[in-house]
Design a protein around this ligand. Structure first.
Ligand code: CAO
Length: 414
């Protein structure tokens, strides 16, 4: 079985999280990803949040698997010459530097096209063209500017950011789709193109249902939100606690052990089609006869009361017992799983979603493998490279002799 992106060469100028997520995905699918890092420094995340002194951090190792590392100072003359060869050699260049950084190195999109007209040049930036286009952006800034924070959190409380890295990893995913789309387009246009993805846009795309609700507000209260029927709505989509973003009411309820276990909770969705079974399971058959309860519309003003009653029942069972009872009844529900539980879950190991990797300096560590499974193209997960581990190997591939490589090293270019 061949790998889906075998033969595609990626010039990886990414750092921190958003760009590396994208190139790691492409590497898992078999692309040859050449990560360019500053000599002696490398991606800043190698040294951030280090759990073991002097060892590449988990932050770095979990975002840079399956890549090769080349050290190169693209601001030196020798470095620029080697960078030009790399642009000729590769199919795709990916970067997520601050706006204008590549231009300042002398590699504008126009220049890149001159060097290699088939090059696909992909970038993540914090914002698209507009008032903030020159700003530097990190994950939480994107969550705040993309609509996630204003719509996340308890009602009547502060905006919240989420632990899911929707600004960084989310935008990396969007960019990867843009790249494979451009690669497909190139098969018939024979030309490269520019792919850009702004983190604000990526987050907003993931908050699509909240823009839906913004427009629904003009036509009356959002009846599935906890503010209905007694609270008030302003003129913007409000925060809604743990209520479901879809048309089926949902909430997080306590389970047995919640007093001591911070994750003894389950999310339950009271989907209309499965409501009869749920009402019977919790001993509330009378809801099925009562006109105040027996239709989804009738239940809307009582959602808080409904979830209180469901919770009285779930508090007598563990989250896994609730799953066992409600799943056969087709009630959509899911336990709140801690990172510890996920790391130890055998089925996630079996599918390669959580993978143990061996690193020559760190030893074994866990990483999240490829969540996208292709039936005919394996996606093995390998360790991240050491800084500059593949410098000589890659420079030789570019046609440089051992003497040329030595000269570039003494000039501080690699
Ligand atoms: N050789 C020589 N110089 C190099 C180099 C190399 N191999 N690699 C990077 N550099 C230089 C860059 O050219 C830049 O120099 P200039 O400022 O002179 O142009 C410099 O290193 C630093 O780049 P930066 O400004 O991107 O880095 P930063 O740490 O100050 O900012 C970040 C980091 C993430 C805020 C910024 O890169 C950014 O806004 N990126 C776009 C949005 C993004 O992806 N954010 C997600 C980050 S993950 O949370």
């Amino acid at each position: 079985m061949s790998k889906a992106l075998e033969g595609v060469k990626i010039l990886d100028m990414t750092h921190v999280q958003s760009g590396p997520t994208c190139t790691q995905l492409l590497a898992w699918f078999g692309a040859d990803v050449i990560k360019v890092e500053r000599p002696g420094v490398g991606d800043a995340t190698r040294g951030q949040l280090q759990d073991i002194p002097e060892v590449d951090s988990l932050y770095f190792t979990m975002l840079n698997g399956n890549k090769r590392s080349l050290t190169l100072n693209t601001k030196t003359d020798d470095g620029k010459a080697i960078f030009t060869k790399l642009i000729q050699y590769c199919d795709v260049m990916v970067e997520n530097f601050a706006p204008g950084a590549l231009d300042r190195m002398g590699f504008t999109w126009e220049r890149i096209q001159e060097i290699n007209p088939r090059m696909i040049y992909a970038s993540v930036k914090g914002f698209g063209p507009g008032p903030y286009e020159d700003c530097k952006v990190y994950e939480n800034v994107a969550q705040c500017t993309g609509g996630a924070a204003s719509t996340t959190g308890e009602i009547d409380s502060v905006p919240l950011v989420t632990g899911a890295q929707i600004g960084d990893s989310g935008t990396g995913l969007h960019l990867a789709l843009g790249i494979v789309t451009a690669l497909f387009h190139r098969t018939h246009s024979d030309k490269g193109q520019r792919v850009t993805c702004a983190m604000q846009d990526g987050v907003l795309n993931l908050c699509r249902v909240k823009l839906r609700d913004q427009q629904r507000l003009a036509h009356g209260p959002l009846t599935e939100y906890p503010q209905f029927p007694n609270g008030t709505f302003g003129d913007a989509t409000p925060r809604a606690g743990n209520s479901s973003g879809g048309g089926q009411p949902g909430w997080i309820v306590k389970c047995k052990g919640w007093e001591t276990d911070p994750d003894a909770y389950i999310y339950i969705i009271t989907q209309a089609a499965a409501f009869d079974g749920l009402a019977k399971a919790i001993g509330h058959e009378y809801w099925l006869e009562d006109p105040e309860w027996n239709t989804p519309k009738a239940r809307l003003p009582h959602l808080e009361k409904m979830f209180d009653e469901i919770e009285k029942w779930t508090m007598t069972k563990t989250k896994f017992e609730v799953m066992e009872i409600l799943n056969p009844l087709n009630v959509p529900c899911g336990p709140i799983l801690s990172m510890k539980e996920l790391a130890e879950e055998p089925s996630l190991r079996d599918t390669g979603t959580i993978v143990e990797v061996d690193h020559p300096v760190r030893g074994k560590y866990l990483t999240v493998g490829n969540p996208i499974k292709l039936s005919d193209s394996p996606a093995d997960v390998d360790r991240s490279p050491l800084l500059g581990e593949h410098t000589d190997e890659i420079l030789k591939e570019l046609g440089m002799s051992a003497a040329d490589i030595e000269t570039s090293k003494s000039a501080g270019a690699v």
